[in-house]
Write a protein that binds this ligand. Sequence first.
Ligand code: ATP
Ligand code: MG
Length: 585
Amino acid sequence: MRWTQAFIPTLKEDPADAEVVSHKLMVRAGMMRKIGAGIYTYLPLGWRTIRKVERIVREEMDRAGAQELLLPILSPSELWRESGRWNEYGKELMRVKDRHEREFALGPTHEEVITATVRGEVRSYRELPLCLYQIQTKFRDEVRPRFGVMRGREFTMKDAYSFHKDEKSLNDYYQVMHKAYSRIFTRCGLDFRAVLADPGIMGGKDTHEFMVLASSGESVVISCPDVECGYAATTDTAIGNPGAPSERIQPMEKLGEVHTPGQKTVEEVTAFLKVPPEKLIKTLVYHAGAKRVVVLIRGDRDVNEAKLQKALGAHEVLLADEATIKKITGAPLGFAGPVKLAASSGEVRIIADKLTIEGIRNGVTGANKADYHLTGVCEGRDFHVDEWHDLLLVREGDKCPNCHKTSLTAYRGIEVGQIFKLGKKYSDSMQATFSDEDGAAKPFVMGCYGIGVTRTVAAAIEQHNDEHGIIWPISIAPYHVEIVPMNVSDAGTMTVADDLYNTLWRNGIETIIDDRDERPGFKFKDADLIGIPLRVIVGPKGLAQGKVELKSRGAKETRLLGIEGAAEEIETMVKKTLDDLSVVR
Ligand code: ATP
Ligand code: MG
């Protein structure tokens, strides 16, 4: 591509609405433009990179024995009603009506559509296992579209669905997909981890998320630094293991009431009463749909709301406002406690974190009375819990719940892919069966596997950039090489530059030449911004010695190449770097 003919509208300034570096750079490097909230046009440079990621995904899916097809984006509501998700999915599902008032969904994911496609067609166990995939635009009306294409309302996803005769076959194929995903993200030049995750609304059991390590990531991953143990999970899934509180072996004290005027927060109460925060029984009131619940957790710890949501089977949980708290506990914010609470509030269930609250002795809680707390509070004697769950927000420093030896570490990650063992959730509800060896009709055992293609591009930029711009891994760079002729009005310069450009393209090296009549400094700035991995500078200094300068994006030093052998040397470098990237750990 010749820059003078290209559409690469680079910008000097960051867009005002961009919070993360990938969003800023994708706009500034002329890769995309915003059309609406969470809706983008991919410009030629952006599209080239997206297509590169897609190509890697296709190659690895095909290698794993999956076949590509294309499902419709528009799917009739009847299918979603069959699975129960027309209601369950909530507002994230984009719904449209046709001229006859029939309802449709714009596909956010395609379990229903693929199940409807396969049922009745795949009849015998002999045709299994089968895996089908597509790469397609998905629609989700996200509550908060943000971070550019990281959380869009329209985005590109690769989604694959596998059909099996039994769990064993699914388990085997899950491993195949796990490997394929590792190959994909390695080839994209990403530092990532596969971690245990929460199945959420998809249903099913085992699931792993593939996380790209990045400080801007929306997910927190907890992991055991002991490689032999290897435990890694998102905070929504990580099992709580805070160690048994010593209070449980203490003799029970008498329940007492203390005056704590104006002492509301854990910090205030612990300082005022001179007790450690582990003594406190934190009492929170939540809205869970139309219901309200009281949630207990030890004073030094926090509730993971995703765990709470799952425990309650709710779509959303929300901390209650002061008026609701007052109605339920009879006291202002900061003085709630579980003792005699149920009696005063009637219908409210008490849910507690099993690990930190069960058997707790001589704790401190609010007295459900303004400016008073209770001391010597013992679970079982002074209050009763309706439901026990693991609600703990696991944090760095907690003991590993797997090996029980090492302290956990935490890091942030961007979820770029997820693999699920769905089991029979969709085949049962949508009656998709095959006839097994014994002639019996059985529901398919299913798996599903997603990759956010556009999010992967953003994640790659989060990991590969500096203050000047993007530093593409060569496998997904829009071009491998950028040629910068220093002076386009110099015929000698342009002959060398054009020759190199033509030879490189002939040898399969994707090259862009910045043939604009601009100062070298201006062109170098744009080159840094768009981040092409290899830059060849054709200028008077080198030409005087019969050479051109080669510089890697991100490296300081340049290397001189003889004009004659330059194309060949560059080709070897590109191919070697591509090969190195495809070696999977
Ligand atoms: P998240 O938890 O980030 O909302 P999800 O768990 O809902 O994602 P999946 O249903 O597992 O996402 O979708 C598969 C992949 O699609 C995700 O791993 C992610 O890479 C990508 N993805 C999901 N939602 C979006 C979005 N709004 N914008 C861009 N990519 C997305
Ligand atoms: Mg997910």
